[in-house]
Ligand binder design. Structure first.
Ligand code: PMP
Length: 435
């Protein structure tokens, strides 16, 4: 358990242990999750003890859409390294990538780059505020770690902090930002209408994922679009997770609604740091009326990796493969659930699928699932993000293991002794402070 030993040391050196909440071992299998990868290729991950697993969980939290170490993307990156990653002059790949992103999204004419999703959302909100000269932002869903978003959890007094986004603590976010980030729920147009009604002349942006777990209700996105247009707020689609999952480009291309800005990260460059804000020229030009500038936004690897990722995505029909593989897995979960008597409910698009278990002991049972699947050679949780490197053979082997494990969970659920079968504590859910 070299990985767990290293992780214990990490918690003394790195506050929170990891840089991303979703990579905390405690969220999967406390005290047992391998924690660190020595290397990863295709869909296989080797841990620090030399054990190999097939990744049937999140594939780098959704970033590695083509698989780990994709040969075409890595060849483009190696070429970028050979030609020099950082230089006094700029990387021409930036311009080529802007042409490609605007051609994929014909409503957009301009592009700015940063290197992570949360940073890209901050840039989009800054551009929207600069363009409208207004402060408030209506949003639904998760949009990263930065101040504009966490401001939603600032109450009028400390006692109210944390009431909107459970678990995301706003300590360190200036109290002066209270009231600037106003949440609404997906598919509840009346909530957004109420925000627009109250703040019609103060609303800079409406920020949301166009679609994720739930399909848009008829007329919902159209309603959002017209509220944005009529109030003058900039409509920002967050495609950090949904981008490139359903088509080459943003999922909004399949939904028939055009935003004013859209934000891409994660799958854009198959795991290399890269993110983009694309948008309508009149809005994007506002990036010049404020100050947005950073040394590492100019390096060559990100745009080179993005160009190679997009080219392969289109050439190989990656979106169709993701739908096929994700569909096989979701169907398999349902079938194995039915056979075992475990109440397994599947959710989400095939390319962003997850399941839950209808039982009071759900967290313990899901932890036990991860433990038993790890013993069978799989990194697995209740989420699966397919990649182009997954083949039906991987799914077949995985579902054989699921067919073995679900009946064990069903028996444990029935007896009520699932916790005693765990080698460690149950998984943690959501945000919490590490001791
Ligand atoms: N927006 C959405 C919809 C996301 O899913 C995420 C990441 N999970 C982010 C923003 C933040 O991106 P990053 O982790 O790259 O900062």
């Amino acid at each position: 358990m070299t990985g767990q030993a290293l992780y214990r040391r990490a918690k003394q050196l790195i506050p929170g242990g990891t840089q991303l909440l979703s990579k905390r071992p405690e969220l999967f299998l406390p005290e047992r999750w391998p924690a660190y990868a020595a290397r990863a290729r295709g869909v296989e991950v080797v841990d620090l003890d030399g054990r190999t697993y097939v990744d049937m969980s999140t594939m780098g939290v959704g970033a590695c859409i083509l698989g780990y170490g994709d040969p075409d993307v890595d060849a483009a990156v190696k070429d970028a390294v050979d030609r020099g990653v950082m230089c006094t002059l700029n990387a021409p790949e930036e311009v080529e990538l802007a042409e490609v992103l605007c051609a994929l999204h014909p409503w957009a004419q301009m592009v700015r780059y940063v290197r992570s999703g949360g940073e890209a959302l901050s840039a989009a909100v800054r551009i929207a505020r600069a363009h409208t000269r207004r402060d408030r932002v209506a949003f639904c869903g998760y949009h990263g770690w930065t101040d504009w978003y966490l401001a939603a959890n600032l109450g009028e007094s400390d006692a109210l902090d944390g009431h909107l986004l459970p678990g995301l603590a706003p300590a360190g976010v200036p109290r002066g930002l209270a009231g600037t980030a106003l949440p609404f729920h997906y598919n509840r147009i009346e909530e957004l209408e109420a925000i627009v009604e109250e703040h019609r002349h103060e609303l800079a942006a409406i920020v949301m994922e166009p679609c994720r777990g739930e399909a848009p209700a008829p007329g919902f996105l159209e309603g959002v679009r017209s509220l944005a247009s009529e109030s003058g707020a900039v409509l920002v689609f967050d495609e950090v997770t949904t981008g490139f999952r359903v088509t080459t480009g943003g999922i909004h291309l399949t939904l028939g609604i055009e935003p004013d800005l859209a934000v891409f990260a994660k799958a854009l460059a198959n795991g290399y740091p890269m993110a983009a804000v694309i948008g309508r020229e009149d809005v994007m030009q506002a990036a010049q009326s404020t100050f947005m500038s950073s040394t590492n936004w100019t390096e060559r690897v990100g745009p080179a990796a993005a160009l190679a990722t997009i080219a392969k995505h289109r050439r190989e029909g990656v979106a169709a493969r993701l739908a096929e593989i994700g569909g096989l897995v979701s169907d398999g979960w349902r079938r194995a659930g039915d056979r075992s008597g475990l109440e397994v409910r599947t959710h989400g698009l095939p390319s962003l699928a997850h399941f839950d278990i209808g039982h009071d002991d759900e967290v313990v049972l899901t932890t036990l699932f991860t433990q038993l699947m790890l013993e069978r050679g799989f990194l697995a949780s209740n989420q699966f993000k397919p990649s182009f490197a997954h083949r039906p053979e991987h799914v077949g082997r995985y579902l054989e293991a699921v067919e073995e494990v679900f009946p064990i969970l069903a028996d444990a659920a029935e007896r009520g002794d699932a916790a005693s079968m765990l080698d460690g504590p149950p998984a943690q859910r959501g945000f919490y402070r590490l001791a």
